[in-house]
Write a protein that binds this ligand. Structure first.
Ligand SMILES: *Cc1c(COP(=O)(O)O)cnc(C)c1O
Length: 297
């Protein structure tokens, strides 16, 4: 089995606003772990891959949409680790850049109407009941294995921070990071930025998974999952052109926007040290290229 070389660089970001407010801002570049097994998805897959190996399973079956970073990561990881991969994909077969890459990595795609997609266990059983070679991997890599892998991010940090910021879809990554920081005895307050509307369930889920407190920051979903507004797109363009680091409009763009907005509002005491987690997943950008094209300036 190839090695699990998961260790991403950490960089400091410099902006006039940060100097003015006396804030030091850092970014954990999980987007650099691997170009396709990107960011938190690598961390979330790690213990699923080890479990497949331990249980002699050679086939990963999972779920996602046509732009899913998780499907792309699973397809590439399966290829690299010599496993088969099948995905139940929500909706019609539209040939997105992500689906092209999944196909190239040998993933079998089963396009599924939205109604049947809701019950993942039933879908799984309809095709794979009783097949002992298959490992069920939940949508987005959510679950115990995912949390365990994400907790390891904390072990790579050189020091404690005042705040950590992380985007949340299912909350698995955030829960793992909170657990990892707690296990290391760090005091950093984790700020969870949900990228969808009506995300209170994420707050509840994370609360169930950890005793440590965290801040839930639900004001930056920009209308809902994969929804954007011009000021978000503009922020991403400004950030990327100032740093050489890309952000995607679905996850990390919203998280980073939240950080800068809160810094601007003076929420953090001067001298605060803030760590942002770049959870990767940049392919989402390509699904929104027209929106960027429409941006004035
Ligand atoms: C999947 C994904 C997330 C969400 O992770 P959860 O563990 O589901 O909260 C965040 N950022 C990026 C870039 C992702 O691809």
């Amino acid at each position: 089995m190839p090695e699990f070389d998961i260790h991403s660089p950490l960089e400091e970001l410099f902006f006039p606003l940060l100097r003015e407010k006396e804030i030091r801002l850092f970014i954990k570049r999980d987007d650099m772990i691997h170009p396709f097994i990107s960011g938190n998805k690598w961390r979330k897959l790690k213990y699923n891959l080890l479990r497949a190996e331990a249980e002699n399973k050679d086939h990963l079956v999972t779920f996602g949409g046509v732009w899913s970073n998780h499907l792309l990561a699973t397809a590439c990881a399966a290829a690299r680790f010599g496993l088969k991969a099948t995905a139940f994909v929500r909706g019609e077969d539209i040939n997105t850049e992500s689906m092209v890459l999944c196909r190239l990595f040998g993933m079998q795609l089963r396009f599924t109407d939205r109604e049947s997609y809701r019950d993942k266990r039933a879908l799984f059983n309809s095709a794979f009941a009783g097949d002992s070679s298959v490992l069920f991997v939940d949508e987005g890599g959510a679950g115990t294995e995912g949390i365990k892998g994400c907790a390891e991010l904390a072990d790579e940090l050189p020091e404690d921070y005042d705040h950590v910021f992380c985007a949340a879809g299912t909350g698995t990554t955030a829960a793992g990071i909170i657990q990892g920081l707690t296990a290391r005895g760090f005091n950093a307050k984790v700020n969870v930025v949900p990228v969808l509307k009506g995300a209170e369930f994420i707050e509840e889920e994370i609360s169930k998974l950890t005793d440590a407190g965290f801040n839930f920051v639900p004001a930056y979903h920009f209308g809902g999952y994969a929804k954007t507004q011009p000021e978000l797109l503009e922020f991403i363009r400004n950030f990327s052109s100032a740093t050489g680091i890309l952000l995607d409009p679905v996850y990390t763009g919203k998280m980073m926007y939240a950080v800068f907005d809160l810094v601007k509002k003076g929420v953090f005491a001067p001298g605060s040290r803030i760590l942002t987690i770049h959870t990767g997943g940049l392919f989402g950008l390509l699904g929104m290229k027209d929106r960027f094209f429409m941006l004035p300036g």
